[in-house]
Design a protein around this ligand. Structure first.
Ligand SMILES: Nc1ncnc2c1ncn2[C@@H]1O[C@H](COP(=O)(O)OP(=O)(O)O)[C@@H](O)[C@H]1O
Ligand SMILES: [Mg+2]
Length: 280
């Protein structure tokens, strides 16, 4: 299965809500696409369509030129590593939760992935280490800790296609920097769809797409998009993309319980940014 990726006229509705209204995207193998946009723009819907958590109402998602509905669902999911906004933890040990990335991984490989994801230190600090039980009936992990477990899973999985849906949104600035290094390693030589929350990874993007209200309103590289003086340049000028050059970083307190203090939903004057709902 070649790893080039296309969305061809993809539309998806949820009842009366048109989440995606005909999206066309193409991404070559080994390229990195960054998708940005305000809350509710349809970013997560794109990620979930790729995993076939649901299918488009019209159009198709293609991998290597084939409609992904032509693959067996587990074969498809084997080839895509997903780090999502919300990491589901099963009622099992941390070790087994990481092992979900690849069921035949050894304990040593699990620990190695965990170190790369910057998870090892907090895991090792628990009395039971990797045997610590998590999930609904186990220890409650913070959003950032869950996200690092999810990244360790993806590292272990070693899939050719990687989908990162706001993969660092729960991390504080220090952890984000460390995890970003692991993610950058992970992205190398893979087809990567990054749904960005903080835009620090954007300078590596081969293509940036701005979604708004279910449509791809702008596409191009950083400089092309800046010249359009559209939504992208608004995002940039509100400091959200202030990290593009990598020179400064918006610092943020570690905060496990609350949403980050800034994000697309907080931008003034952009449609759909009123920050409705709890998740984004
Ligand atoms: N499972 C769902 N059921 C109903 N509406 C949904 C569902 N998932 C997404 N939506 C709606 O689709 C739109 C796009 O959502 P989403 O893709 O999550 O946006 P984003 O990730 O850009 O914030 C929003 O209006 C959202 O409320
Ligand atoms: Mg989302």
């Amino acid at each position: 299965m070649a790893a080039w990726l296309q969305l061809c006229g993809v539309a998806r509705r949820f009842g009366a809500i048109a989440a995606l209204k005909g999206i066309d995207l193409a991404l070559d193998a080994d390229e990195m696409l960054v998708v940005l946009g305000p809350t509710g723009a349809g970013k997560t819907t794109c990620a979930n369509l790729m995993m076939r958590f649901w299918d488009p109402v019209s159009g198709a998602v293609k991998l290597g030129g084939h409609d992904i509905r032509d693959f067996k669902i587990d074969e498809l999911r084997e080839r895509i590593g997903l780090v999502s906004q919300d990491t589901y933890l099963f009622n099992d040990s941390i070790r087994e939760n990481i092992r979900l990335g690849r069921l035949d991984a050894s304990d040593k490989e699990i620990e190695e992935a965990s170190r790369q994801a910057n998870a090892h230190d907090f895991v090792a600090s628990f009395p039971d280490g990797y045997d610590t039980m998590v999930g609904e009936r186990g220890m409650q992990l913070s959003g950032g800790q869950r996200q690092r477990i999810s990244i360790a899973r993806a590292l272990l999985k070693n899939a050719p296609v990687l989908v990162l849906d706001e993969a660092t949104s729960h991390l504080d600035a220090v952890n984000e920097r460390q995890v970003r290094q692991a993610l950058e390693l992970l992205m190398e030589g893979r087809t990567t769809l990054v749904i960005a929350h903080r835009l620090s990874t954007i300078r590596h993007a081969d293509l940036i797409v701005v979604l708004d209200n279910g449509r791809a309103v702008e596409q191009g590289d950083h400089h092309q998009l800046l010249e359009r003086h559209g939504l992208y340049s608004q995002l940039v000028s509100t400091q959200l993309v202030g990290v593009v050059g990598g020179n400064h970083h918006v610092e943020q307190q570690e905060d496990h319980e609350h949403r980050p203090a800034y994000g697309p939903e907080h931008l003034p004057g952009i449609p759909g940014t009123s920050g409705h709902g709890h998740r984004h």
